[in-house]
Each structure stands twice: as C-alpha cells, then as structure tokens.
Design a protein around this ligand. Structure first.
Ligand SMILES: C[S@@+](CC[C@H](N)C(=O)[O-])C[C@H]1O[C@@H](n2cnc3c(N)ncnc32)[C@H](O)[C@@H]1O
Length: 458
C-alpha cells in the first residue's frame, strides 16, 4: 500500500517526466491517463480546457495539464497578490499576471524541480520581475501568513494525499476577505478497484480524487465562507483508457454504476476575522480601538512566546516543545494572545493548554481555538476528546463533556505526561465525542468563559 510519501514520489517522478515532454505527448499521458495508456487521439483533451483565448496565455507554459480554467473565474484585480498552487510550467501564473498587471505579484508553488525550471525560464523570456516560482509542498507552503488576495490552482489538490492540510494552508496564507478559485477533480460514487489502485490513475488525477461532498466539506471545515461551485463538468474516460485497468465486464459495470468523475471549479472566501479591542501601551482595551484576531497553526519559532504566555497564566510548559505542531495560536497585531493544543493518539485526543492573555479574555478567543482544533483533529480521525481540569468542570459539562472515572480513561490518555505527572491526581478527567459536529455558537461562548487563564489544566 502506498504511503503519503510514496504517493508524492510517484507524482514528482511523473511530473518530472511530463515537464520534459511536449504538450501533445502530455495530452496523452498526464491528467486523465498514465504513460501506459499509449498515444491514442481519444485521450487528448480529456480533462484540459482551452486556455489559448485567455489574456496573458503563454503557449510554452501550457503543458495541457489542467482540468479547468480557474484564473478565468478568480476575479483577480490589478495590484493583487496571487498564489498558484502546483504551478507546473506557469500556465495559470502568466494568465494571472495579465490581470494583476505590473503592480501586482504572482507566486507559483510546485514541488517538481523540472517544472520550476521550465516556469522560471518562461518568466525570464517574458521579462516579468513580479512572477516568482518557489519550490515547496503545498501542504506546507513556503509563504508567510495572510499575503495573498487570491489563490488559484488547476488540477493539483487531487494529487495531494492530505487535502485538509492544503485547505488549512490556503486559509493561513490568504488575507482576510481573500478568496480562491480552484479547479480540481472530484468523484461521485466509488471507483472500481482496478482504477483506484493504479499508480497511473493516481498521477493521472483520477484515483487521488475524493468525493465531491467531502471536498466541499473540507473547505467548509477549514473555515471558508461563500463556498460556490463556479463550474461542474463530468469527465468521460473512454474505454481505450479504462481497458488498461479494467476487464470488459468491469468496464460495463462501471458505466452503469452511477459513479462519476467531475472537474469542478470551486470558489470560497476567507472571512474577515472578528474585530476585537486592541491593547496599546499596556492600557486596557478600548472598544473604539479595533484590531483583528488571526488564528493559525503553531510553528517551531512560536515556542518561546507560547512558553511566556503559558507561564503568564500559570499553566505548565514542561512537555510543550514536541507537541507544538498540534497547537493553534491566536494573534492580535502579531502579538500572541491565545493558545490551545490537542495531543492526538489514534482516535483519541487530549485537549490541553487552553490559555488566553489576560487583557484579551471575554472575546471568545478560547472558544474559537477549541472549535477550530476540534474540527482539525476530527479530520485526522479523532473520535473522542479528553481534557483534564482542576477548575472548569462545570463549564465543560455545559459544553457536552462528561466526567469519566480515571480507571475508564484509555491508555493513550493515561500515558500522556499531562495525565501521569503534570496535572494533579485530584484533577477531573472529562470526555466528549466529536465524531459529528455538535458545537453550537452558544456553546462556544461557554468554552470561552471557562478557558480563561485560571482554568487550571484544560
Ligand atoms: C496536473 S499538474 C498541473 C500543473 C498546472 N497547474 C497546469 O495546469 O499546468 C500538477 C502539478 O502539481 C504539482 N504538485 C503535485 N503535488 C504537489 C504538492 N504536494 N506540492 C506542490 N506541487 C505539487 C506537480 O509537480 C505538477 O506540476
């Protein structure tokens, strides 16, 4: 069975090969098919759409690898900063550049060296100094927070094993009120095993695709709003392709199964974050002095400020360093004001270290952190969240957490340092099932009230 790493290696190898081929060869061997499919005319244009009519079109950058026209729908304005995920040879990046003009900026990200070489050569030929191609994995984008007005991507996310990570990253790098238009492949119904298991079908943008409902669900769970399908088109895989992977009987059954492969272009917006009072010069917040809360995943460089925050509110920091990657942090004007973490172990998670800086309590920051964390770990397969608290049992009860006896706590939790040594044995252990979204807005306010700096181990 392929791991996430080996899938990425398959994709990188495939697109290295593709970068060194002509567009006609690619039309017969990339999205929609694999190298074993041959060069039958049937394969040409299975997924790709005609780019040549779009302003800024650069023929050398068009390797025929897309499955939509995201830039056409992306509402890019002059001066915008645009990021193209999985930029290939730069096809969408150059079309985007025509719309941002010389005052904007376009950043393409791709993890295949040969694609980057091609894209950079194209940019150099055109003499563009505001189109840049960066090497990186779009699950961990080499881009700072809140820099992009618009994100586009064409037929790439289906190739990424962990799509939730990509949507979380998109959320991080978009400015508040920024938006994306992404063209991608999704499924309705189950693919036959022969298609599902073929490496060529993975690199060919088919078997890495997920259900349309799940795809849209991931976008919603990442916090986006105004989710809109801008285009929805069924892709027909001819028998000449299917016969490489399926028997005639399997093809017949696939044709009548109701399973469909779709190219969608989906738009969504990062909401403008909640305005809260800003603190200046250590003075108390004033309601007329508005600032914004930004919530993002913790990074190693945040370690020092998280320790300071936790110490300032009397929470333990002993076992923090290794756990930071599972933390969400809240910032106001780039100052760390809140943190919350979950230690994930299989299907259980331990909610911990919910802390909010004293001047920023009562702004639902803790509630937002806990809510966002719950959504994220649910995507990782966590079914039950536990917490250990010395002071906040009543609040968490209202949140749907129930007290559990220590002897009924699973080993994954009892082995944690928080349980075994850091929190006192008198602390209460509570549990909540997060299998299905049950959190109501009114409940979040309760969490916010409870997870104030003095709420002890929680
Ligand atoms: C089907 S091609 C599309 C290229 C381009 N968007 C176009 O339409 O011409 C997929 C591209 O995504 C890149 N890619 C796939 N997975 C990636 C990842 N996890 N991070 C960065 N790039 C990735 C591949 O290297 C390849 O260039």
């Amino acid at each position: 069975m392929n791991t996430e790493l080996s899938l990425k290696e398959i994709v990188r190898e495939k697109y290295t090969e593709v970068a060194n081929q002509s567009k006609d060869q690619n039309a017969a061997s990339c999205c929609g098919c694999g190298p074993t499919c041959g060069t039958d005319e049937d394969f040409i244009g299975i997924m790709a759409e005609d780019y040549s009519k779009l302003g800024g079109y650069v023929a050398d950058a068009d390797l025929g690898l897309g499955c939509g026209l995201p830039t056409k729908f992306a509402q890019i304005k002059p001066g915008d900063t645009v990021i193209d995920l999985g930029s290939g040879a730069g096809n969408d990046a150059f079309v985007a550049r025509a719309e941002t003009g010389p005052t904007g900026k376009v950043i393409g990200i791709d993890f295949t060296e040969a694609m980057l070489t091609k894209a950079r050569a194209n940019a150099e030929k055109l003499g563009f100094n505001n189109v840049e191609f960066r090497q990186g994995d779009i699950e961990q984008m080499p881009v700072n927070d809140s820099v992009a007005d618009v994100i586009v991507s064409n037929c790439v996310l289906n190739l990424v094993p962990n799509k939730a990570n990509v949507f979380n990253e998109i959320y991080r790098v978009l400015k508040p009120n920024g938006h994306f238009s992404i063209s991608d492949i999704v499924l309705v119904g189950q693919l036959p095993a022969g298609l599902q298991q073929a490496d060529e079908m993975y690199a060919g943008c088919v078997s890495g695709a997920i259900q349309k409902e799940s795809y849209l669900g991931l976008i919603e769970q990442s916090g986006f709003t105004n989710i809109t399908l801008q285009k929805d088109r069924e892709i027909f895989l001819p028998d000449s392709i299917l016969s490489t992977f399926l028997t005639p009987e399997e093809i017949a059954s696939f044709r009548t199964s109701g399973t469909g492969i779709y190219s969608i272009t989906v738009y969504a917006q990062k909401p403008v974050v909640t305005a809260i009072p800003k603190v200046s010069d250590g003075s108390k917040p004033s309601d007329t002095d508005a600032a914004e809360i930004e919530i993002r995943l913790a990074q190693p460089a945040d370690y020092g400020s998280v320790v300071l925050l936790l110490k300032s509110v009397g929470l333990p920091t002993e076992d923090l360093n290794a756990k930071l990657s599972d933390f969400l942090l809240a910032f106001v004007n780039e100052k760390l004001v809140g943190s919350a973490g979950v230690e994930v172990n299989g299907t259980v998670g331990l909610l911990r270290t919910v802390a909010v800086e004293k001047d920023f309590q009562n702004h639902k920051i803790a509630g937002r952190l806990v809510n966002d964390l719950s959504k994220q770990v649910r995507l990782k397969g966590v079914k039950d969240l536990y917490l250990i608290t010395t002071t906040a049992e009543g609040y968490f009860e209202k949140q749907g957490y129930v007290r559990v006896q220590r002897e009924n706590v699973p080993a994954e939790i009892t082995q944690s340092q928080q349980f075994s040594s850091i929190c006192p044995s008198s602390a209460v252990v509570m549990k909540k099932s997060i299998e299905k979204p049950k959190i109501k807005l009114s409940d979040l306010e309760q969490v916010s009230a409870c997870c104030t700096p003095n709420s002890g181990c929680c």
